[in-house]
Design a protein around this ligand. Structure first.
Ligand SMILES: [Zn+2]
Length: 249
């Protein structure tokens, strides 16, 4: 059975319009930046250690790189993914796979710390990032990375299903993870938070119609499987969940 560990990779204090453009000026919001760790079987016996998203780059977390007036990282102590993994006794070389859900800086910003892992991503996401902004191009253009490109819904390993939830970005992916504590549907940015669902505000997404369909897809699948649906950046929900060093499963 799989173990699922939720990692706190810092928070972002931002203008609410970054994630909900229809919400109007003046509001700030603080959102968690999550990562997830899956351990399947005994690593010494061919088991997998899968990191889902890497959080922000060290330079952003340290303040060396400024994100501008719209957002700033907060709660950055120990939030660099390599430091967070070290608290669990893990070195980047212990990670066999990194699932890159998409290539925004708060998800794939520390991918460069895992040259020994296989990076699993949707082909469409990599292609979009290759034509994206300079930061995204640098992330996917890193020659040290080893890729496993997938297309559509794919079982990565028993109990870990990758879900094509295009819309936030082309080739964005969510995951269905089955543990002894039940299934979890990691929506990632298919749904930021409950406020976004209530407002039906997809204006920050690359393709609004596809985003709406993907949000529906993860909600339907969670309902059908009885999975706990974890939103991508929902501070209230995140605070209610079990975090590292505790785990599910
Ligand atoms: Zn995000």
């Amino acid at each position: 059975m799989l173990q699922l560990t939720l990692l706190d990779l810092g928070n972002l204090d931002m203008d609410r319009r970054v994630i909900m453009p229809a919400s109007g000026p003046g509001g700030r919001i603080r959102i968690p930046v999550p990562g997830y760790l899956i351990r399947a079987g005994d690593p010494a016996a061919g088991g997998a250690t899968v990191l889902i998203d890497t959080g922000m780059p060290r330079a952003v977390l340290s303040g060396a790189e400024d994100l501008g007036p719209w957002m700033r990282p907060v709660d950055t102590d120990g939030a660099y993914v390599v430091d967070r993994l070290a608290e669990l006794g893990l070195h980047p070389d212990d990670v066999s796979h990194v699932v890159a859900t998409h290539f925004h800086f708060d998800h794939a910003g520390a991918l460069d710390a895992f040259p020994g892992a296989t990076v699993v991503a949707q082909r469409a996401a990599v292609e979009a990032a290759r034509a994206g902004n300079p930061r995204e191009r640098a992330i996917v253009g890193n020659p040290a990375l080893r890729w496993q490109l997938v297309e559509g819904d794919v079982e990565l390993l028993p109990g870990v299903r990758l879900l094509d939830t295009t819309g936030h970005t082309p080739g964005h992916q969510s995951l269905l993870v089955t543990t002894a504590d039940g299934p979890f549907l990691l929506a990632i940015d298919a749904i930021y938070n409950r406020a976004q669902l209530a407002a039906d505000d997809w204006g920050a997404y690359a393709d609004r119609d596809a985003a709406r369909a993907s949000a529906r897809k993860v909600q339907d699948l969670a309902a059908r499987t009885g999975a706990t649906l974890i939103y991508g950046h929902d501070a209230e929900q995140w605070a209610t969940l079990r975090h590292a060093p505790e785990r599910y499963g």
